[in-house]
Design a protein around this ligand. Structure first.
Ligand SMILES: Cc1ncc(C[n+]2csc(CCOP(=O)(O)OP(=O)(O)O)c2C)c(N)n1
Length: 364
């Protein structure tokens, strides 16, 4: 299905504005939303936040559209149940179907892929699996309009992988000023103590850490977007003699920025929080995040991190790592990186259970 036609059809059926958190299934859709000046479009930091935003539009008589990955549907359930369904506020939900039974996909999508339809049924959210083609879309939109008008609650389209026709990618210019993430990850894997713990987030930091380094204390948290600083805090509290490095992404940190307050409050003296900031959701297609302009070091400082460092070159990072033993902690390191990951970056061969066992054996 052509993404531009899809948007036109939704708008013609009075569904707008658009808001959500990216999923690669929606990369051409989001590209068109961002490019079309006449389309109102909001990139949100979490799917729950997008539901709140949608409620504001619905209260103003609009029929908002919220797109999300089915992984993010978990984040949306709270406002869905206690805002949209409680106050009867309509919306059109576009939920990608990662982990669809019978289709090959990354392991983190398995559970949600299996239960998505049952969950929607349990919540009494009317839904359908959207088929390709204008006729199917037209019928689906008529159903959704009717439902929003009569029941005044959200209607969900489940969107399978490859629903939108791929398009020639317009590559945004690489910001040559900054080094790529992998240069920093390699330096860290080389210079970290062999006893240290290196944690990679969902997105490319985890994948690069897992695929391109062989530090024995590495762990790739492949789903649970935004939960890595909390996971790191738990590990840091149990392993005070090891330094725990949390390798975060800007999209992931924005999703649960409250974790800065939690880490700042509990003051783990062995935690280093490294933010790889490319100002984008790179692993879902490079959509811009809302990180541009945020002074993350100032936020970390305000949340109680006693030390923060701004890094824009690998030389600065190397120097920082060589003096790390003397740095106050928890330490926040804001690393501005360029977009880009090695072509053909594979998915890990290890299962999540094998990754867990490897870390637990290392920590034993
Ligand atoms: C709750 C949730 N919403 C959305 C996604 C889809 N998703 C996976 S990775 C990613 C982008 C992460 O961005 P960032 O943290 O900046 O890392 P980068 O991709 O740039 O490496 C998104 C949106 C997800 N996995 N979970």
């Amino acid at each position: 299905m052509n993404a531009a036609d899809f948007i036109r059809s939704l708008r013609a059926a009075s569904f707008s504005p658009f808001m959500g958190v990216p999923c690669s299934v929606f990369s051409t859709l989001i590209h068109h939303l961002a490019a079309a000046a006449e389309t109102e479009h909001y990139i949100c930091t979490s799917e729950g936040e997008a539901m709140g935003l949608a409620a504001g539009f619905a209260l103003s008589g609009r029929l908002p559209v919220v797109y999300m990955q089915n992984d993010g549907f978990g984040n949306a359930v709270n406002p869905l149940s206690s805002l949209q369904l409680l106050y009867r506020l309509p919306a059109l939900l576009l939920i990608s179907w990662r982990g669809e039974p019978g289709q090959k996909d990354a392991p983190q999508h398995r559970v949600m892929g299996d239960v998505l339809q049952a969950l929607l049924e349990q919540l009494h959210v009317a839904h359908l699996v959207l088929e390709k083609g204008n006729a199917a879309l037209c019928q689906a939109l008529t159903k959704a309009q009717e439902h929003c008008r009569t029941a005044a609650t959200p209607f969900a389209f489940i969107i399978p992988k490859n629903f939108f026709a791929p398009e020639q990618k317009t590559t945004s210019p690489i910001d040559e000023k900054f080094a790529p993430r992998l240069a920093y990850i390699n330096l860290l894997a080389e210079m970290a103590d062999p006893r240290d713990i290196l944690l990679g987030a969902t997105g490319f930091s985890g994948r690069e850490l897992q695929q391109y380094t062989d530090h024995r204390g590495r762990f790739y948290m492949m789903g649970s977007m935004g939960c890595l600083p909390a996971l790191g805090l738990g590990l840091a509290s149990q392993h005070p003699k090891r330094t725990v490095f949390v390798l975060d992404g800007d999209g992931a940190l924005l999703m649960k920025m409250g974790s800065l307050a939690t880490v700042g409050h509990y003051q783990p003296k062995n935690l280093v929080h490294v933010l790889f900031d490319n100002q984008a959701y790179e692993s879902t297609g490079g959509q811009p995040s809302t990180a541009a302009g945020i002074d993350f070091c100032a936020v970390a400082r305000a949340c109680g991190y006693p030390a923060q460092e701004q890094v824009t070159t690998t030389a600065q990072f190397k120097k920082l790592l060589s003096t790390l033993a003397h740095a106050a902690k928890p330490l926040f390191v804001h690393v501005r990186i360029r977009k880009g990951t090695p072509a053909g970056l594979p998915r890990p061969e290890q299962t999540p259970e094998q990754m867990r066992d490897a870390l637990m054996t290392f920590l034993d």
